[in-house]
Design a protein around this ligand. Structure first.
Ligand code: PMP
Length: 366
């Protein structure tokens, strides 16, 4: 069995907050006591200090470089999680009476459309709910409105283990994507999106900061009734410093971005993510009488691998025995049950190999 990292670190399959690179954690640990020899903790520096401004600028430019973000997009670091974006998007992009299209591929999309309905007409352009969200819709199943202000998708469905492989074509209508659980995991063309948002706690860092990548012109309209704090325009004009931003979380994101860069950038990370997912799906398919993948093959997520065992008792046993050998966090979301292995960017290949080895032994023994 592959060796585990020092201090008996578990292989952490949690869906988010999720595993982070150990070297990032060690750097964070140092900075909590002394940030870059400033004689202060990173928890103590002012968000108006030159140290923090430099850090913010560097974090933005790393994002721009790694994701190849065009200049007409702004990168924002906001508090309150991706769930606030469910509301901020329609609040800023929809005027009363205007319409937005939502493609419903799981629980997070459902939460997103629920918020949009407070602000305008939010229409379901496609849904796979009647198939228990085991795939994302095909292009021909998507019925877009001519006059939609935007089309909203969830690029990776953390709970159901599905992911868009190619994104819907929306012509000139801005595509808005919740990329909370797959941002930076694969190469994407940012220019084909109007707005991308992602809570940090899976691929980017700790909970507490949400990244918004927005084509600037989209932030300029919106009803006057939107509170200043909830306007993208405010945060663009103030460089994410309208109020005190989540300083520590942003710092952690910077370290994660540097880690991605050191490890060959998004292209290389994507290659490794493909390899990890392939290993795991192969293990499921090879024992298909015992393990059953819940997502349809062409919608399978590279980030959250979901599967079932013959019955719930065996699933419980699987989770428990896996935990006993340091494979932690494999329980499926409470709303769907089963097993979910979340294998985000920072999750090591060795951990996947360990799980595959365990799965083979477990299916034989049971
Ligand atoms: N969108 C997706 C795809 C998610 O996976 C999650 C959280 N797991 C959320 C939104 C909600 O994020 P938050 O808890 O940061 O509000």
């Amino acid at each position: 069995m592959p060796e585990r990292t020092k201090m008996e670190r578990k292989f952490n399959f949690n869906p988010g907050p999720a595993t982070l690179p150990l070297e990032v954690l060690e750097e964070l640990q140092k900075s909590v006591v002394d940030f870059n020899q400033a004689g202060m903790s990173v928890l103590e520096i002012s968000h108006r200090s030159k140290e923090f401004l430099a850090l913010l600028t560097e974090t933005k430019s790393l994002f721009r470089e790694l994701m190849e973000i065009p200049q007409d997009y702004e990168i924002l670091f906001l508090g309150s999680g991706a769930s606030l974006q469910f509301a901020m998007v329609p609040m800023n992009l929809l005027n009363p009476g205007e319409r937005a299209d939502y493609i419903i591929t799981g629980s997070w999309s459902k939460k997103a459309i629920k918020e949009a309905k407070f602000f305008g007409e939010a229409v379901v352009a496609a849904t796979t709910e009647d198939e228990n969200f085991r795939r994302v819709p095909k292009a021909e199943e998507i019925d877009l409105s001519q006059d939609a202000q935007y089309v909203h998708i969830t690029s990776n469905n953390t709970i159901f283990g599905t992911q868009w492989k190619t994104f819907p074509k929306t012509n000139s209508i801005p595509l808005v994507a919740d990329m909370s659980s797959d941002i930076l995991s694969r190469k994407i063309d940012v220019g084909s999106f109007g707005l991308i948002y992602a809570g940090a706690q899976k691929n980017l860092g700790p909970a507490g900061v949400t990244v918004v990548i927005i084509r600037k012109y989209l932030a300029m309209g919106g009803p006057d009734s939107v509170p200043l704090m909830l306007r993208y325009k405010t945060h663009i004009e103030e460089n994410s410093l309208y109020n005190t931003p989540p300083v520590f979380a942003i710092y952690a994101v910077k370290l994660v971005l540097e880690w991605v860069k050191r490890n060959g950038g998004v292209e290389k990370i994507e290659e490794i993510n493909n390899k990890k997912a392939e290993l795991l799906y192969r293990a499921i398919d090879e024992a298909s009488g015992f393990y059953r993948g819940t997502a349809e093959a062409d919608s399978r997520s590279l980030m959250n691998v979901t599967f079932r065992l013959p019955d719930e008792n065996l699933e419980q046993k699987f989770i428990q025995e896996a935990a006993e050998i340091g494979l932690h966090g494999l329980k499926g979301h409470r709303s769907v049950g089963g097993i979910r292995a979340s294998i985000y960017n920072a999750f090591p290949v060795e951990g996947v190999a360990c799980l595959v080895d365990f799965m083979q032994r477990f299916s034989k023994a049971n």
